[in-house]
Design a protein. Sequence first.
Length: 274
Amino acid sequence: MNRDEITPVQGGLLVMKKRIMLLMFVLTASISLGNAFAYYNVTFLNTTVILNGSNTDAKVIETISLFVSNSSLQQYSTSRAAYNLTLSDWQNIIKSQLPTEHILSPQGSVSDFTLLPSAVVVQSASGGTAYIIYSYVVSNVTSVNETAPRKFRYVFNDSVFNFEHTASGQQLFQGSRLNIVLPPGAVVDTVYPLPDYPSPNLLGSYSNQSLLSWYAQEPLSKFSFSYTITQSLQSEVLDYFKGVYDSYRPFIYLIIVILIGIIVVYIYLKFMAQ
């Protein structure tokens, strides 16, 4: 069939077919272009280690600041609504290895883990900012020795760090911050490298400070940190009786059970005697 033999109906169908093919091409190109601009970008990592004043555990709170492009808003919202996602899942979603525990003790364990991705706050025509916040408790972050009556020296275990590995050892990521929160009454003995915040006092020490911070790309290979806590006399007495109670707890429970049993038998016998 030549061009002269095409009927008006066939011509209309050919035009419609071309338009459909053009529309499909435009849609495909739009989707591909949208996927090209669909991305997540980690902008900041904040790791806070809250030291315990009565044992060697520490609570860790980590916050990842995340830019979410407009084309990724729906995926992020869907992922945020899934309560069973793990840090590994979030690594796959945002294509980054940063969602992980950056404080891990080789001789300890991790417990009380919580994960809370925030809602996206739209800031521009291209996307917005969200926060992936997770917390956990790590054991054996410090070691402790009693150096004098009621005086205890805690030494930070630098093997708990799980940051960026370089040829010279670990260091903080670009765009990251490490914070250490001291227990109440703690006095810093030694610290290296010197924290970026706060500045030392006129004597070159960090007395009366409760927070020390190190910023991005700070080397951690020779990190050292120790502090001293002097226990009050009241705390020492309370700890003593707590230790006595813990030692004799089974015996105390047995005495209570025996007393309850004697009372029950007494009431029963008195009731039967009537």
